[in-house]
Design a protein around this ligand. Sequence first.
Ligand code: NAD
Length: 254
Amino acid sequence: MAPLNKKTIREAAGLMGAAERVYVLSGAGMSTESGIPDFRSPKTGLWEKMDPVKTSSVDALMQDPEQFYRVAFKRYSSLIGTEPNIGHYALAEMEQLGFIRGVITQNIDGLHKKAGTRRLFEVHGHVRTCRCLSCGKRHAMEELLMQLEKDLPLPKCSKCPGMLRPDIVLFGDPMAEDYFAALEALQTDCDLLVVAGSSLSVYPVAAMPGMVSRLIIINLQPTPFDREARVVIQEKCGETLSAILAELKGRPGS
Ligand code: NAD
């Protein structure tokens, strides 16, 4: 693989070092280096194998929950044992060192949290918990998994006869509370947004880059916001974010 373009990395680090209020918006491309397929990468993207709108929607869950748990849910449960990659760790360190204020993620895999990011907005939920559709009680995801492993067709709440569902935002669901908190952060507290590994095509999150004055985009493929961005890096998130972190740490006064 060709080495990263040092000039572009310096430019990105220069913008991040000069800005006071930097946030990162990550997408599925952030986690492909952890072995999790995204939706839209050519050949490997899940979209080429199935239609997530059909299989991963509230309608699919409510109309045929047994089928949802037999098929679509396997993709969510497979995320549970995954591990963060160097990109997730670089972002956690950037936050610790004060270079970024937080991470907004579309990912449900929980890898930013595992890597140590503290100010995290998981706008599509996460796979750590589930909740009862009748009484609303939250449970650890293990509660749901244990029942499926015992071959029970539907996971049930331990407090009432209701069915459990994962705490992720399915197509047709309202956005998670974190989404509204992230919107507020972008509108009141952000002068630079770094997009990492997102095609910027899933709304409403895809509207977020349009809310900020300055953008950096790190994504293997072009995005609809590339023209507006100050810097566009078409390289992998992991090595790019690690290189930007190294550059930020090496700058005078940091
Ligand atoms: P997307 O699949 O639409 O786009 C991912 C983008 O990342 C692509 O443009 C691809 O070129 C790029 N990419 C892939 N690997 C990369 C890498 N190593 N470095 C840099 N770029 C890379 O993903 P999206 O924009 O996040 O939107 C899809 C939706 O899919 C989101 O709502 C998200 O919730 C969901 N999703 C999440 C996961 C997860 O939690 N890990 C996985 C698949 C889908």
